[in-house]
Design a protein around this ligand. Structure first.
Ligand SMILES: *[C@@H]1O[C@H](CO)[C@@H](O)[C@H](O)[C@H]1NC(C)=O
Ligand SMILES: *[C@@H]1O[C@H](CO)[C@@H](O)[C@H](O)[C@H]1NC(C)=O
Length: 419
């Protein structure tokens, strides 16, 4: 009897005290991943207040009000592949700017939530094509060296439709994300013997991670974040994003609609902090536009004044405050891939395809924006450890998905020495 008791206690002790530290016995620091835009999975539920934009959408929309259930709004391939349903997804996924609350929100009658916050499942859609784009290859590579989802490996999906706004502007979505990420980092660290985490972001995830760090107390970051690894995010956006603004006709596609309705079209715009006033990015016969001329460019392509105001008040201040996170940081970027450097709309017809002048970059982000990381982060005296890894021939997505580049990223994540 006594022996069974001892055995019982041994088992209990093992599970309650030893198991949570089992991961730390592997010597791994917990890793938290923030994927790029469109990777996070969004669930939705419709209320009676939802007004379908067409009779067809009324007929195909999931049940509203009483008895409504949560369904996969993004990314729902069945719905996207059905031409009668895709425009309805576009409608439900778009956001509106609420002037009273001074913030973006879901459309009336649509409630959304992120799937599986804390797990990498929250951004690994069923679509195999998304595995490269959404850190699926990185997750596989980390699992090969011993990482386990929910134990040592975690995912921080975010509402990609609602990027961080200037600090003084209401942004409920990002405030919620900050709280959840803070709790996730603390939990990941706690169950791994108080080891600080390695935060790894890709593309748009970099803006969320950087703003999260820069708005968290120094002491908290020092204690909880061992290393910030930012892949494929420049210090000042990229020129190619101006092309989306110029194309004014709504193609009705869900992402086109989301881009138009939300502030994500502003986040990657070339920042005046990086692109100077002497470098024309858009060229027309009568007028050239530099990064400083963004409001004029927006007006020229037909964006309403209210949108220009949102850019100036909510997005531009975030771009201008892009700064060193102070925690040990490694930036990893592709190089040597032809990247849109200038757009020529010679006759000023922004509805037409521009002539594109290519330069160096990762195929999306210009090298000017990537090199600026070295000055904006690297040269900041408060930044004690900063390293930049540039991988020749690696593309924007290839950095987190292609063989050799992926190996470099994993090596940086596993790195222990910061000298
Ligand atoms: C995909 O979207 C359709 C139409 O909106 C919906 O009926 C279906 O339940 C969704 N699929 C999932 C898995 O939620
Ligand atoms: C616009 O920029 C191009 C290329 O830098 C230059 O040749 C041209 O003179 C500029 N045009 C105007 C109207 O400033």
């Amino acid at each position: 009897m006594a022996a069974t008791h001892i055995l019982f206690f041994a088992v209990v002790l093992h599970f309650f005290f030893l198991w949570p530290h089992a991961a730390s016995a592997t010597g791994l620091h917990p890793v938290v991943l923030l994927p790029g835009a469109t990777c996070s999975q969004v669930e939705a539920r419709l209320t009676d207040a939802y007004l379908p934009p067409s009779p067809q959408c009324a007929a195909t929309a999931p049940r509203r009000g009483t008895g409504a259930r949560w369904f996969r709004l993004w990314k729902n391939s069945t719905a996207l592949d059905d031409p009668t349903v895709a425009p309805c997804v576009a409608d439900q996924l778009s956001v509106v700017f609420d002037r009273v609350a001074s913030d973006y929100r879901d459309k009336r009658g649509v409630e959304t939530r992120l799937l599986d916050f804390g797990s990498t499942r929250g951004f690994l859609a069923d679509d195999p094509a998304d595995r490269d784009l959404c850190m699926g290859r990185l997750v596989e590579a980390l699992e090969r060296v011993g990482y386990r989802d929910g134990e040592t490996l975690f995912g921080a999906p975010y509402d990609f439709r609602q990027p961080p706004a200037a600090t003084e502007q209401p942004c409920r979505s990002f405030s919620l994300f900050r709280r959840r990420l803070r709790e996730l980092v603390e939990r990941a660290s706690r169950i791994n013997g108080d080891r600080p985490v390695v935060l790894v972001s890709h593309s748009q995830g970099g803006y969320f991670a950087l703003e999260f760090l820069n708005r968290s107390p120094r002491e908290w970051c020092r204690r909880h974040v061992k290393h910030f690894v930012m892949a494929s995010t420049g210090a000042g956006g990229f020129v190619g994003s101006m092309r989306f603004l110029a194309t004014r006709d709504d193609d009705g596609s869900p992402l086109g609609r989301v881009g138009r309705s939300s502030a994500i079209k502003f986040t990657p715009l070339p920042s005046p902090k990086v692109f100077d006033r002497h470098t024309p990015l858009v060229i027309t016969r009568h007028k050239n536009y530099t990064a400083q001329d963004m409001p004029e460019f927006m007006a020229a392509v037909g964006l309403p004044a209210s949108e220009v105001t949102l850019y100036k008040t909510r997005a531009l201040p975030v771009a201008m405050s892009f700064r060193a996170p102070v925690v040990p940081t490694t930036c990893i970027n592709g190089a040597g891939v032809p990247t849109t450097e200038k757009l020529v709309y010679w006759n000023g017809d922004f509805g037409k395809n521009p002539q594109v002048v290519y330069g160096d970059g990762d195929g999306v982000v210009n090298s000017a924006s990537i090199l600026a990381l070295d000055t904006v982060i690297g040269d900041d005296p408060k930044q004690e450890y900063y390293k930049s890894v540039k991988i020749a021939g690696a593309s924007h997505v290839g950095v987190v998905s292609d063989g050799a580049a992926l190996e470099r990223v994993v090596a940086v994540i596993l790195q222990d020495k910061f000298a």
